[in-house]
Structures are given as C-alpha cells and as structure tokens.
Design a protein around this ligand. Structure first.
Ligand SMILES: [Zn+2]
Length: 268
C-alpha cells in the first residue's frame, strides 16, 4: 500500500476520532465547579468505611450531592468501594449522565442515586448496598424495625420496593434505567428492594455512612431476636424516629465513630 494512502487513512482516522471526541464532549454536561478536597476525602472515607465494616463488598456505591449545584452529584467510577480514591470520583447530573467521563465506566445502578436526589431535595447522600443481613426483610413479610437506639432512625418504617412490580415484568433486578430509578427513588425516604439490596438515604455523607452500619447490624440482631418466628417476639422501639432515642440522637451521634471507622479503614 502506498505510503500516501496510509498517511491519508491515518489522517482520516485521526479526524474521525477527534470528531467522536468532540461529539462526546458536546453531549457531556459542563462541570458544576471545583469541589472542596475535604468533601472528596469524606466521600473516599465513606467508601472505605462501608467496605471495611462489611456494608458493601465488591459491589455497592455511595454518593454525595454536589455542594455547588443541587442538580449534580458525585460518585466513584465503577470500581470496588474499598479501592476508591479521590481520583476515581466523577460528577453526574440527575439523569445520571457522567460529566467528562474520559472513558471511565459508571455503575450500572447509578440511576438510583440521580433519581433519589431528584425526588428528595433534602437528601445529601445516598448509599446503595447488598448487605445480606437486611435483604431478608425485602423478601419476607417481616418488617424491619429498630431494636436499639442506634437504629432508631428506622422507626418511621421501611418501605419495600418490588422491582418486578415496578417494571411490570421479571428483570435482572438491577436498577439500570432512569424509569426504574424513579420508581425506586420517588416513593419513600427509606426503601429496600425485593431480593436485592438496600438503599440508604441520609442527611449528609457522614450520616448516610454512619446509618448504614447500625442498619446492617440491626438486621442481624433482629434475626437473632427471633423476628422470623412471628411478629411480636422482639420488643422494638416504637413510633416515628424510634421515639425518644431517635429524637435525642438525631444526626449528632456519628462524629465519634466516624473518626474511628475512618482510621481503621484508611489504615489498610
Ligand atoms: Zn445493586
């Protein structure tokens, strides 16, 4: 093949690649602005803590609403939470379209996050996980209720999201479309998904992570208390917010364990 033909093909190939890149850039939303490194550090710590404490494993993800634009959120590229660094954090709009993806892949179920932020302007952080200790409460008639003060925030009840009913047909149980994300995110503050996983929404990135832990531990304790043998066997905290413990604790109880969990998780 003549050298001139090769050169022309190389040139055309380069032009096509540049055009594709320009189109991709044009379709990608513009960044909302710089993010405080402390926020990124907390988001990284949240990923590591939730992995270290067994709330997430190789799957699961945590996000935080963008401080400069409520129509955006921040979450890692598709990577195991335990491996997340600040460099892995990407920005998304509420359609869960990545801003400047630069070839990085996204979590399939990112629509959970975008649609929860859209449905609930008060929510500042979201954790999605598949903790085995709470999944039984999404597939049985046994309700998830608080047993002790650290899980008092569950006192308002935990709706169960049935993805089969939401989709109108059997699915692969992944919230992989905006429509399923809207169904999963719009109807409740707390939701568990049938046979699949838990999604925690919280008032802040530290609080969301902090609440993921007692929720997981609570599930195990509730099972140990014989909840599976019939309603009424375990004595639960009652009332929205778990009554007095929930009102007293609010979101103020997490700074102390946060520092401990962070130290342990980041030491690895
Ligand atoms: Zn999932």
């Amino acid at each position: 093949m003549p050298a001139t033909t090769l050169a022309r093909r190389a040139f055309l190939g380069g032009a096509v690649a540049a055009l594709a890149a320009a189109r991709a850039f044009a379709q990608s939303p513009a960044p909302a602005g710089p993010v405080d490194p402390k926020l990124l550090d907390d988001l990284v710590a949240a990923n590591r803590i939730l992995a270290d404490q067994g709330v997430v494993d190789g799957y699961g993800h945590v996000s935080v609403r963008h401080p400069a634009d409520p129509q955006r959120y921040l979450m890692s590229r598709s990577i195991a939470p335990e491996l997340v660094t600040a460099a892995d954090v990407m920005e998304y709009d509420l359609d869960s379209t990545a801003v400047e993806p630069r070839g990085r892949t996204s979590y399939l179920e990112r629509f959970i996050h975008g649609e929860i932020y859209r449905a609930r302007p008060d929510v500042r952080a979201v954790v999605h996980n598949h903790s085995p200790s709470v999944i039984p409460f999404g597939v049985s008639q046994v309700p998830l209720k608080p047993l002790y003060h650290m899980s008092a925030f569950l006192g308002g009840g935990v709706p169960v999201f049935d993805i089969k009913a939401a989709a109108g047909q059997p699915t692969d149980m992944l919230v992989r479309t905006p429509a399923l994300g809207r169904r999963a995110g719009a109807d409740a503050r707390r939701a568990s998904r049938r046979a699949h996983a838990r999604t925690r929404r919280g008032g802040g990135r530290r609080l969301a992570a902090a609440r993921g832990l007692p929720q997981r531990l609570h599930g195990a304790e509730r099972a140990a208390a014989g909840a599976g043998h019939g309603p009424g066997r375990a004595r639960h905290l009652s009332g929205r917010g778990g009554g007095a413990p929930g009102r007293r604790l609010g979101g103020r109880h997490h700074p102390r364990p946060w520092e401990l969990w962070k130290k342990k998780a980041l030491a690895k």
